[in-house]
Design a protein around this ligand. Structure first.
Ligand code: ZN
Ligand code: ZN
Length: 410
């Protein structure tokens, strides 16, 4: 297993973040993954990083902060923290995040409290978020299991077996396997995503129509000059990097005001420590006008009411039902994975990479293009084995894009 983890670290550093010579790499990592962090740091130096900062965190510690900490105190971002982020921007850092979540841990915390703290800290560190979202910043997220997460995915197994099964599933979805060169296998996969992007970009669809037996019947308008992206991104310095490992999606920017109909989620959404399940959203002129969830309706409410933009869409993504993550049949209870098993939408902010010349556009300029702005971005899954997607072109042509959950345009 250690050899496979080394391969995984190599994939994260060399392809995901694509660490370049002389750069400062910042790794945000749960303390429970310290052994994997060691592999990442070693590989980063071998790739030529001039230095590596590792910021360890812990969900249990965060939980205590939220449970017992005074809200005014929690909202403060200390000067030294701001100074550190300013230094990161000056250094034009490369970022790598290790995600190893503990689902459900925050269930006893008032979602409003978490939301207020998150908004306050976002406001004070806006300059850093802007850097992160700009094409200057190479970044990537990879995942590692935690026992609580593994036990949610494999409830009938012992801690150890569940952990190992989840680790194996994560590695295999990332194309890290004993009998193959993971970097080569990964790059071949990313090429096939690029092909879909190319085809969809050529059609330049005006609207997508999603329909399935579950009741989804949704028209999603796309902004003019939208760009389909996925797999691979290129920084302003021309360096290729892969923000998400694993990834299967090809995604673009919806028209904030041209979304109409109803969408039924097909997988639970893990939001702010809550598992929102069995929910639907109804849109009119782009806005969520009605919604309901069987579980954690309050959490869904707090997401939709998060800010002005969180009741509008910022992303529409196509994922084949036959993708390996989907075929594994494992419900990961984690967006990073589950979004790759299913077509999804995101409430909240759009990605400027999905708009021609979008980078560096102000909030007002984005609004004029009908591109949504928000401080949040939360994906939810609605794809299914019978999903049909039809694209309408500006000439009124109807082109089937997906049939029975898979692409039919290649
Ligand atoms: Zn997505
Ligand atoms: Zn997203």
């Amino acid at each position: 297993m250690n050899e496979l983890l080394k391969e995984y670290a190599k994939l994260a550093i060399r392809v995901g973040a694509n660490v370049q010579k002389g750069k400062l790499l910042v790794i945000n990592c749960p303390a429970s993954c310290y052994e994997f962090a060691r592999l990442l740091v070693e590989e980063a130096y071998l790739a030529g990083a001039k230095s590596v900062d590792v910021n360890f965190s812990d969900d249990g510690v965060s939980h205590s902060h939220y449970k017992y900490g005074d809200i005014e105190e929690l909202k403060k971002v200390q000067n030294w923290q701001i100074e550190r982020l300013k230094h990161y921007v000056d250094e034009e850092i490369i970022m790598l995040a290790v995600s190893a979540p503990t689902p459900g841990l925050m269930a006893d915390i008032d979602p409003k409290k978490m939301q207020e703290v998150s908004i306050a800290s976002s406001m004070q560190t806006m300059f850093f978020r802007e850097y992160q979202g700009s094409p200057k910043c190479q970044w990537s997220i990879v995942a590692m299991p935690t026992i609580p997460w593994a036990k949610k995915v494999f409830p009938n197994e012992s801690d150890e077996v569940a952990y190992n099964k989840l680790l194996e599933a994560i590695l295999s979805a990332s194309r890290v396997k004993a009998d193959q060169d993971s970097v080569e296998a990964w790059n071949a996969h990313v090429d096939s995503i690029s092909k879909h992007n190319e085809i969809l970009n050529k059609f330049n669809f005006k609207t997508l129509h999603f329909k399935n037996a579950k009741g989804t019947d949704l028209h999603v308008g796309l902004v003019e000059n939208h760009i389909w992206c996925g797999g691979d991104e290129v920084s302003s310095e021309g360096v290729h990097f892969n923000p998400n490992i694993p990834t299967e999606e090809t995604f673009t920017c919806p028209d904030k005001y041209r979304v109409d109909g109803v969408v039924y989620a097909t997988k639970p959404l893990n939001y702010a420590g809550n598992l929102i399940d069995g929910f639907h959203l109804r849109f009119e002129n782009g806005k969520v006008v009605e919604y309901a969830a069987e579980n954690a309706n309050e959490a869904l409410k707090s997401l939709i009411e998060y800010d002005e933009g969180s009741c509008y869409l910022g992303e529409v993504a196509l994922v084949e039902h036959d993708s390996p993550i989907s075929q594994s049949g494992i419900l990961f209870m984690n967006t990073l994975f589950d979004e790759n098993a299913s077509c999804h939408l995101a409430l909240g902010r759009c990605y400027t990479i999905n708009i021609k010349d979008g980078n560096g556009k102000s909030k007002e300029e984005l609004e004029a293009l009908h591109c949504n702005h928000s401080m949040t971005h939360v994906d939810f899954m609605f794809g299914s084995e019978d999903m049909e997607v039809i694209g309408e072109t500006y000439n009124g042509e109807m082109i089937p894009i997906m049939k029975n959950g898979n692409f039919c345009i290649d």
